[in-house]
Design a protein around this ligand. Sequence first.
Ligand SMILES: [Zn+2]
Length: 189
Amino acid sequence: MPDHNQTAPGELEAVRRFINTWSIPNDTRKATDALPELARAPGRWNTEFPRQPRSRADSLDRLQRLRADLRSACDGEPSGDEALNKWFSSAALGVKARWEGGTTKLVVESSEASFVGYIVAVVANAIAAGDWPRLKTCPDCQWAFYDHTRNGKKRWCGMTKGGPGGRACGTIAKVTAYRAREAMKTGVA
Ligand SMILES: [Zn+2]
């Protein structure tokens, strides 16, 4: 796992971790799904997601569908919003006024006491706070990361060629862009 700061702020980190239960590890480069095993072991689940245990409403199939939809929503596809809206309805989200830090804040909550309800409410609150667009998936290795850059334009995860088995995400695109710039300078296509 990358040790760069890719951690999302506050509870959005649980969403990032949830998305990354499906990953393509560096060493094997084979898509791996950690959810079935996590779902079988409540102890491990609670270590990974301490804020919300798995409930009866969180079938493995429902969790996997939510994760797939969150992935496409992170990729910035317009269809991602449609999928999110379906989850917002299914998890019965509502709003509550809450006194926090000396003022009244509006928070989104799910009336469903489930992991799905929890995650979906965190996503809704992150959209309202403007943090959601910074949760991204790397176009090369698919790893979900939080973009901490000032302009929010980061595209690839922070993985570099450095360590053993390290990746060089974005390298091909960067080399192509570099060559295109050089070709423009010299007039050679
Ligand atoms: Zn990557």
